[in-house]
Write a protein that binds this ligand. Structure first.
Ligand code: NAD
Ligand code: IPM
Ligand code: MN
Length: 364
């Protein structure tokens, strides 16, 4: 069996608790002869800042660049609220995305049938939901320059963030969305605010142009504010939504609640295929954060993390059958009524992070 090398970055808060379930899964896959992963671990976020004053060390960045895939937990927490902006826990994640060139962030929102009642929306609106948000991840207002606070004198300051998109950035993310749509229901909604933003005007123009190469895919343009409203009004109208970095961040948190909990949403962040090997740099992480309010109590839902690992099996290692098996295991454990607190329902059995992980792993 080929050795596939991972870097595990648990991070802060519940990041360490959910990553423990990934380590158990990796050991189980090896023991059963299903897959053989080697891995290093590293520090990212607040724990890295505490250890060496940076949100990620150069050494761990090297490891990330060499790994076949990075598995990331979550970063941040109130302990680091006042650390300098450039070394904030979140800066570690942003650096990984930027330096690994992970421009395509896939955020699937799937409502497992057992959880159709757990959403804050009516069951009939979310039952069978399967949408994919394709978020641009290395551009836009997250990275545009200037990005600063300047002192204007007289007690006045100005905070500046810059939304910038170049044609090539929109072109490549649009192609990812159209290609993925072809493997699904063949429909793409492109979401921006061209009514107030120049970058939105360009986004609309470039996506329309790229669409000429994908005439078989149905394309609709939708303003981002309307998109947010439609996501909670009638989410099943969507198949693939392609959008920029900031809108994608917000729309995916909203989509999470359609699945029952933020603790359910996995993600894959992918780079461009290497010209020689065809391999993509990749990082897999849950959409949620470090959940300081429940950290350290064994309460976190590990499903978003384990489902992110399933995405790694699918997108980085072509282990499609094993990915299906892992996703199937998640589904059947939910069918059997096991629930962490965030998705707890009447008549179900409340379990800890580790118990949920064990039950899923036992089915593989
Ligand atoms: P959060 O996602 O950490 O938590 C929001 C709410 O969802 C909380 O009530 C939390 O308990 C709950 N929740 C999240 N994940 C859960 C899980 N797996 N199981 C059960 N409940 C879960 O967002 P926040 O509180 O706004 O942010 C906390 C910190 O996390 C901040 O420092 C933020 O910057 C950071 N953050 C990091 C990432 C990341 O590492 N990718 C993502 C989002 C936020
Ligand atoms: C996410 C998070 C990150 C983002 C933060 C932690 C930098 O919210 O991955 O959704 O804003 O992209
Ligand atoms: Mn977010």
């Amino acid at each position: 069996m080929a050795q596939n090398h991972l870097l595990l970055l648990p991070g802060d808060g519940i990041g360490t608790e959910i990553m423990a379930e990934v380590e158990k899964l990796i050991a189980h896959l090896k023991e059963k002869g299903l897959a053989d992963f080697s891995y290093d671990t590293g520090l990212v976020g607040g724990c890295a800042y505490d250890a060496h004053g940076q949100a990620i060390s150069e050494e761990d960045m090297e490891k990330a660049l060499k790994a076949d895939a990075v598995i990331f937990g979550a970063v941040g927490g109130p302990k680091w609220d006042d650390v300098p902006y450039d070394v904030r826990p979140e800066a570690g994640l942003l650096r990984l995305r930027k330096d690994l060139g992970l421009f395509a962030n896939l955020r699937p929102a799937i409502c497992y049938s057992a959880l159709a009642d757990a959403s804050s929306l009516k069951k009939e609106l979310v039952e069978g939901l399967d949408i994919l948000i394709v978020r641009e991840l290395t551009g836009g207002v997250y990275f545009g320059e200037p990005k600063e606070i300047i002192d204007l004198g007289d007690g006045q300051k100005r905070g500046i963030d810059t939304q910038v998109y170049d044609t090539y950035e929109i072109d490549r993310i649009a192609r990812v969305a159209f290609d993925l749509a072809r493997t699904r229901d063949n429909r793409v909604h492109s979401s921006e605010k061209r009514n107030v933003m120049k970058s939105g005007v360009l986004w609309h123009e470039v996506v329309t142009e790229v669409h000429k190469d994908y005439a078989d895919v149905k394309l609709d343009h939708i303003l981002a504010d309307n998109c947010a409203m439609q996501l909670v009004r009638n989410p099943k109208q969507f198949d693939v939504i392609v959008t920029d970095n900031l809108f994608g961040d917000i729309l995916s948190d909203a989509a999470a609640m359609l699945t029952g909990s933020l603790g359910m949403l996995p993600s894959a962040s992918l780079g461009a295929p290497d010209a020689n090997t065809g391999k993509r740099k990749a990082l897999y992480e849950p959409v949620h954060g470090s959940a300081p309010d429940i950290a350290g109590q064994g309460m976190a839902n590990p499903i978003a993390m384990l489902a992110s690992f399933a995405m790694a099996l699918r997108y980085s290692f072509e282990m499609i059958e094993l990915a299906d098996k892992l996703e199937g295991a998640i589904s059947s454990v939910l069918d059997e009524g096991l629930r962490t607190g965030d998705i707890m329902q009447d008549g179900c059995k409340k379990v800890s992070t580790a118990e949920m992980g064990d039950a899923i792993i036992a089915k593989i």
